[in-house]
Write a protein of this length. Structure first.
Length: 274
């Protein structure tokens, strides 16, 4: 693997993830007894930013958080991770929250409330123009208002960055929206991952076989690996493999941010057999 450290800007989202571990997922109208409960910082953009940082990229995170205890905890964790907060905006409203049920097989059901994420606007993004102009790659996802995503990707393309859009949580893509995305990436769970380039080429990569502890956060771990590789200028096949390795490392252990792999773990997995 190259030692190059790309600069990546991430249009982030923060969700305080509250997760209940159950033997099976609940049916309609049913109450189940949970075997365990956890609450920790998460969010599609936040996880990708932390993941890219742990893999060695220089990361600028554009993010909105609320005025509450989960935001306090997150800001402390970002400091401990070594991620700067100059583009993290604290708003007078609740932070985003998510509720997830994880069954014995690692499958899940998730409900989220966007909170401060829904208030992240083009104005905040415009303030991060120096970071976007310096980035080799800009990543966005749809826990943020679509008009803010589009503004960000259009700015990034005009500054010469590769733009990656993960349309998750899934929604129909507005007409013309993909004109500002160089790469559209979709994670397919047990079926692997799919990347569509703006030139019309499509790349499908099967998942790696691991015993899952949980599946929450796997897509974000995948996106971090993919963005690291593409930010270095590596081909899509290599980027998809790197993403799949990161996802496999993530689902094999508990936690969301805590399960995101570090550079040395990725290097060890990708190292050719002697």
């Amino acid at each position: 693997m190259s030692d190059a450290s790309p600069r990546i800007a991430v249009l982030g989202s923060f969700m305080q993830a509250c997760c209940w571990r159950v033997e099976r997922l609940p049916r309609r109208g049913e109450t189940l007894q949970a075997a365990a409960f956890s609450s920790e910082p998460a969010g599609k953009g936040l996880s990708v930013a932390v993941g890219c940082h742990r893999l060695g990229a220089a990361v600028d995170l554009i993010l909105a958080v609320g005025n509450d205890a989960p935001a306090d905890s997150l800001l402390l964790q970002l400091q401990q991770e070594g991620l700067h907060q100059r583009y993290v905006h604290r708003l007078a409203m609740p932070s985003g929250h998510g509720a997830g049920f994880i069954d014995a097989a690692g499958d899940n059901q998730i409900v989220v409330h966007g909170g401060a994420n829904a208030a992240l606007s083009p104005r905040e993004v415009a303030g991060a123009e120096p970071a976007i102009a310096a980035a080799s790659l800009v990543y966005a996802q749809w826990e943020i208002p679509p008009h803010t995503v589009r503004f960000t990707l259009e700015m990034a393309r005009s500054r010469g960055a590769t733009t990656v859009l993960n349309p998750s949580p899934w929604q129909s893509v507005p007409p013309g929206f993909l004109d500002c995305a160089d790469v559209l990436v979709v994670t397919l769970g047990a079926q692997g991952s799919l990347a569509c380039h703006r030139d019309g080429t499509m790349h499908l990569a099967p998942p790696l076989a691991v015993e899952p502890v949980k599946t929450i956060g796997a897509g974000d771990a995948f996106s971090a690996g993919l963005c690291l590789a593409l930010g270095r200028g590596e081909p899509m096949t290599a980027a998809l493999r790197m993403g799949n390795v990161c996802a496999a490392l993530s689902i094999a252990r508990p936690g969301i941010l805590s399960s995101l792999p570090r550079r040395e773990e990725l290097d060890a997995w990708l190292k050719p057999a002697a």
